[in-house]
Design a protein around this ligand. Sequence first.
Ligand SMILES: Cc1cc2nc3c(=O)[nH]c(=O)nc-3n(C[C@H](O)[C@H](O)[C@H](O)COP(=O)(O)O)c2cc1C
Length: 210
Amino acid sequence: MRIFLGVTGASGALYGARSLTALTAGGHHVGLCISDAGARVISHEILGEGPRPASYADVRERFVHRFAEGPGAVDLLDHDDIACSFASGSSGARAALIAPCSTSTLGRIAHGTGDNLIHRVAEVMLKERGDLVLIPRETPLSLIQLRNMVAVTEAGGVILPASPGLYAGPETIDDLVDFVVGKALDVLRIDHVLFTRWGEPRIATGEDAP
Ligand SMILES: Cc1cc2nc3c(=O)[nH]c(=O)nc-3n(C[C@H](O)[C@H](O)[C@H](O)COP(=O)(O)O)c2cc1C
């Protein structure tokens, strides 16, 4: 399926990274857009090169190279490219995930005052009654941010906080991130094996092997 993945400048770039890996490994065609602030956070949190990269384009390309897997495909979209197919309801794409979602992008979506491709795709999903999932990461939350979450929910979006359950026995940061990404894919009705479901035997990983 065709799905849009927006990566914005909230902490938690790994949520975007693991989403990209899960979607492409699952054979999906991902329209990926990384905001400038998203590229800053990737540079800082994933590349370990601080929040002032010399080139946003370079950060974006390295992110795709590191986290996209076959057999899916990735279109790396410019955040100003509001002429791309995902920016139009007529494109037929009906699923978008913003992971992580900054409170700034949340506010833009809640108020319909977008000025980049990520905002526009979210707007399209809401007007077309498609699936829109936002993974915000901020704490504590102001009343404004809470009200913006309510507004997006009332408009048909799903707010899925970066709030991993601990009952599945996470051992690594990837386990925590995968729980949240898996819940987002559940909402989007996309198959995955990112976490063990309650009541099912634990998924064996390579590290479990004797
Ligand atoms: C290292 C770093 C971490 C940040 N963490 C958060 C965060 O957790 N949540 C948030 O809402 N904004 C966070 N911000 C601020 C956003 O990046 C900022 O509001 C930006 O304008 C968001 O733009 P965007 O929504 O277009 O990506 C962070 C910024 C930096 C540089």
